[in-house]
Design a protein around this ligand. Structure first.
Ligand SMILES: [Zn+2]
Length: 421
């Protein structure tokens, strides 16, 4: 049985809001954080040892129903994105709803084991809701709508709404999760589906400015993306884009009136960066960009503009995307990968992108995303290497030590110490 109050001690506590605490203690009081500070100020019930306690990670973009592609090579390599899309569509066409549910359930478990306590999942007609709502994790589950052709758009929209109507508000509260809609991408989804999604008042997610072929299609209605859509039977001769730029899909007119979570955003025109600042959104609506470093690297894209976006005040959070493009569902793996490529990005900012910024994007920052008294005790506990470093973030990032435990609402839900506390 769980104690009402439990104080744990760790080599480092990295609160995200507040300075790092070396040799710190954190008190879990019921489901919340009751206290944190130097170990000298409070006696610990358990010493977790050579670990860092950080806020539970926020995976701001994934598709839990997808598994790795069967002929997958074990290491990341540069691959043509259209060729990859063709393989993902092959996997989708060969999978039943039941397979998707089983895969989503497995992937929820591995997400939690990777220290994730909040995620944004895109799913076909709510298929991942069951596994997510029964698991110790928070989520926003976005039902995907897709189709340039009207018949396909109508079909996916009807399937999404059929599911949305079944999830009552009380069920969302009980599951610590919410529902949303995801018009898939400008190159795959007709404009009327974007407008309809905005009028729904749900939180929205879309893939945007993902590859140069998308820009060419929006500008000219021609190019390799059009040939690809024709090949898979998805092209519609009547189709007109909302505008010539990807940002038109989320920032033009009425389309700004929603919370938008944007996956990728690699090719957003720098002239449009200002539009992605929270202050530029109307009526307290939110806009944020989920950057998936390993997936981005896989397709050999130009450098992602996360730094320029952050410098202009945009919120950039981290996602893994699916196992079809990333090797794991671990946000810590994404952080370590990005740190290896860009050491000038401070560890503190990187951890903020991996936690608090994602929580903000999903409107959960008042309850989770940092270690603050009164917030939910959603924590990741990570083993640290046996060496000294003046910078605790380097101990976390320049290491391959795993997540040792995940704590959700005060409970050790996976990993070590489950039977101890
Ligand atoms: Zn995606």
């Amino acid at each position: 049985m769980r104690r009402d109050t439990l104080t744990v001690r760790a080599r480092h506590i990295l609160p995200v809001e507040g300075a790092p605490i070396e040799d710190g203690c954190l008190t879990i009081q019921g489901p919340r954080i009751g206290w944190l500070g130097p170990a000298a100020d409070r006696a610990a019930d358990i010493d977790l040892g050579n670990v860092a306690i950080v806020p539970g990670f926020v995976n701001a973009h994934t598709h839990l129903e997808l598994s790795s592609l069967s002929d997958e090579a074990p290491t990341i390599r540069v691959e043509d994105e259209l060729a990859w899309l063709r393989r993902v569509i092959g996997q989708r066409r060969g999978s039943s709803d039941a397979t998707y549910r089983v895969t989503a359930a497995e992937n929820v478990r591995s997400s939690i084991a990777a220290g994730t306590t909040l995620l944004a999942d895109s799913t076909t007609a709510g298929l991942s809701w069951g596994p997510i709502s029964g698991a110790p994790i928070r989520a926003v589950v976005f039902a995907e709508v897709i189709g340039l052709r009207r018949d396909r758009g109508l079909m996916t929209d009807a399937a999404a709404w059929e599911w949305l109507k079944t999830v009552r508000p009380e069920a969302q509260v009980a599951a610590c999760s919410r529902v949303g809609l995801s018009p898939h991408a400008p190159y795959s989804t007709s404009g009327w589906l974007y407008h309809k999604a905005v009028s729904s008042r749900f939180p929205l997610m879309t893939h945007l400015a993902e590859m140069p072929e998308e820009l060419e299609l929006l500008e000219t209605r021609e190019g390799p993306m059009r040939a690809f859509l024709e090949e898979i039977g998805a092209w519609d001769d009547e189709w007109e884009p909302i505008g010539p730029r990807p940002s038109d899909y989320v920032r033009r007119g009425e389309l700004r009136n929603a919370d938008w979570l944007i996956a990728h955003g690699t090719y957003i025109d720098p002239e449009d960066f200002w539009q992605f600042r929270p202050e530029a959104a109307p009526d307290n609506k939110r806009v944020a960009i989920a950057f998936c470093p390993r997936t981005h690297a896989r397709f050999g894209h130009k450098a992602h503009p996360y730094r320029q976006l952050l410098e202009r005040g945009a919120i950039v959070c981290l996602g893994t995307d699916s196992l079809a493009s990333a090797e794991t569902l671990g946000i810590l793996d994404e952080m370590r990968f990005l740190h290896g490529r860009d050491e000038s990005l401070s560890g503190e900012l990187l951890l903020t992108m991996a936690t608090l910024f994602g929580a903000w994007a999903l409107r959960a920052e008042t309850s989770t995303g940092s270690l603050k008294v009164g917030k939910s005790a959603d924590l990741a506990v990570i083993d640290l290497p046996d060496r000294d470093d003046a910078d605790p973030y380097r101990l976390l990032l320049e290491s391959d030590r795993p997540v040792a435990a995940t704590v959700f609402e005060g409970d050790f839900v996976v990993g070590r110490w489950m039977n101890v506390v």
